[in-house]
Design a protein around this ligand. Structure first.
Ligand code: FES
Length: 121
C-alpha cells in the first residue's frame, strides 16, 4: 500500500464541531502556518493566509469561525469563507479559494499533507 509522508497534526477526536486548531507544516524548508476546522463533524484544513492580503486570518488567536460557526472569517477586512470548500463568498477576495491542506486519517491520527496550491507552499 503506498504511503505518503505527512505530519501528524491532531488526534481524530481532538476537535469538536465548531472548534479550530492551528498547526505548522514544513513545506520546501519553510514553516507554513495552517489551521484545521471541525465543520459539522468533518475536518478541513487550509493555509492560514487570506486571499486578499496575504495575512493570517484569526481574529483572536486560534479563533477563525464566525460566532454562529457558519463561516471562516478574516479579521482584517471581514472576508467570509466557506469552511467546507475554502471559497470566499463575501468580502474583498470574493470568489477566491483558500489553499487547502489535504488531511488523511490513519488510525487515531490526523495527518496533514502538502498544501495543494503551490503558490502557497
Ligand atoms: S486581508 Fe483578509 S479580507 Fe483583507
Amino acid at each position: 500500500m503506498p504511503h505518503e509522508t505527512g505530519t501528524v497534526v491532531a488526534h481524530v477526536h481532538e476537535l469538536q464541531p465548531g472548534q479550530t486548531k492551528k498547526f505548522v507544516l514544513l513545506v520546501n524548508g519553510r514553516e507554513i502556518e495552517c489551521f484545521m476546522v471541525n465543520y459539522d463533524g468533518q475536518l478541513f484544513a487550509y493555509v492560514n493566509r487570506c486571499r486578499h492580503v496575504p495575512m493570517t486570518m484569526d481574529w483572536i488567536d486560534n479563533q477563525f469561525l464566525t460566532e454562529d460557526g457558519r463561516y471562516i472569517l478574516c479579521a482584517t477586512h471581514g472576508a467570509a469563507y466557506e469552511p467546507a470548500t475554502g471559497e470566499c463568498i463575501f468580502g474583498p477576495p470574493c470568489g477566491k479559494v483558500l489553499a487547502r491542506v489535504p488531511l488523511t486519517i490513519q488510525g487515531e491520527q490526523v495527518i496533514a499533507h502538502q498544501p495543494t496550491d503551490e503558490d502557497d507552499a
